[in-house]
Design a protein around this ligand. Structure first.
Ligand code: SF4
Length: 347
């Protein structure tokens, strides 16, 4: 099976800066180590903090500004107070401004803010090269009993609206949180159906659950190596043309003793993955801070060892980077500066 839908032997990744705008969230997922309660480790980044990091990222050669935050943080008074202090009426106004300023600096924003309305998606589209919302699972699961925003029906509706708005979109599955193999298949089929209708899903992430300290699931095992590889293979089989991503810092499940990073990369590539997502030399993965990203050199070497060609992309995938229907005028201007003739990262 050809693991690469784009040109056969190329395996992509992007260089990003992770901007964890706030860890306040209205949901409470049983596996989450990112969310914090007000007065217990919560933060809300100021514009100055965000832009200082974005400037450093630009200087370091990154192309992607990944804005991630808890869903509807303004349900908490602490978030509302911060927004008022920064002179914004709501979180989406704040995000729009941050994305606009980040785009002006020369980075391409990719925002992942949980459930958003059509109007909110439309406003953010103008300054985002792509956006994301993990479906996680198309079946309701007990781990989401305190998370109204994780209702799969609502998530699928947002992904559909993003399709109507022609937003290059990232979604995917979180595996090992109580779902069955059938649930995984149903989730992939639901994503495929929306992509067949709107042609906007640029990548599907297969993300293994990794237990986090101080969470209700701290003693739960993550998925097995077989489950991860089988899900990647199922995704490739159901969507032969789709970009299938596995985060390279979450390959621990495949990295047994004597089965190091390079072998793990080989295993997921041969199972059908063709992308390793955004990696950062500046910031940790704030969702999985105990799992450091590999360096770009380490990742490239591991890909080359399997006989594939590593290629840096932008946060908007090559085929969308060449299709102006999927970009605002502002985003397109920046994409033209950063992309080569194939739609990958220039230079
Ligand atoms: S996983 Fe996301 S939605 Fe769930 S509690 Fe954590 S930040 Fe909120």
């Amino acid at each position: 099976m050809n693991p690469n839908p784009q040109s056969g032997r190329e395996i992509s990744y992007s260089r990003n800066v992770f901007l964890p705008i706030t860890n306040l969230c209205r949901n409470s997922c049983s596996y989450c180590g990112f969310r914090r309660d007000p007065n217990d480790g919560a933060w809300f980044m100021s514009p100055e903090e965000v832009l200082e990091l974005a400037e450093r990222a630009k200087a370091a050669g990154c192309s992607e500004a990944l804005l991630t935050l808890g869903e509807r943080p303004e349900v908490h008074a602490e978030a509302r107070e911060k927004l008022e202090k920064f002179r914004y009426e709501n979180t989406v106004d704040y995000l729009k401004s941050l994305c606009e300023r980040t785009l002006e600096l020369g980075l391409l924003p990719h925002t992942n803010a949980g459930l958003l309305s059509e109007r909110e998606l439309q406003r953010l589209r103008r300054f985002n090269a792509s956006m994301g919302l993990m479906l996680e699972c198309a079946t309701e699961l007990p781990v989401h009993r305190n998370s109204p925003g994780k209702n799969p029906k609502l998530r699928l509706e947002v992904i559909e609206v993003a399709g109507k708005l022609r937003i290059p979109f990232t979604t995917g599955l979180l595996i090992g949180v109580g779902e069955s193999p059938e649930d995984r298949a149903h989730s992939l089929l639901a994503i495929r159906e929306l992509h067949e209708r709107y042609d906007h899903i640029q990548e599907v992430i297969i993300q293994p659950f990794v237990p986090k300290p101080n969470t209700p699931m701290t003693n739960c095992a993550g998925p097995s190596e077989t489950e991860l590889l089988a899900t990647v293979a199922m995704a490739r089989s159901l969507m032969p043309e789709m970009n299938i991503q596995v985060p390279p810092n979450l390959l621990g499940v495949v990295q047994r003793e004597g089965y190091g990073f390079k072998k793990a990369v080989e295993a997921v590539l041969l199972a059908g993955a063709n992308d390793f997502g955004g990696i950062s030399s500046l910031t940790p993965d704030f969702i999985n801070p105990e799992d450091p990203w590999p360096s770009v050199a380490e990742l490239r070497a591991a890909i080359e060892r399997v006989g594939f060609v590593p290629r840096e992309r932008l946060p908007i995938y090559p085929r969308y980077a060449k299709d102006e229907r999927f970009m605002s005028r502002e985003v397109r201007k920046r994409v033209l500066e950063l992309a080569d003739e194939d739609g990958y990262r220039a230079g």
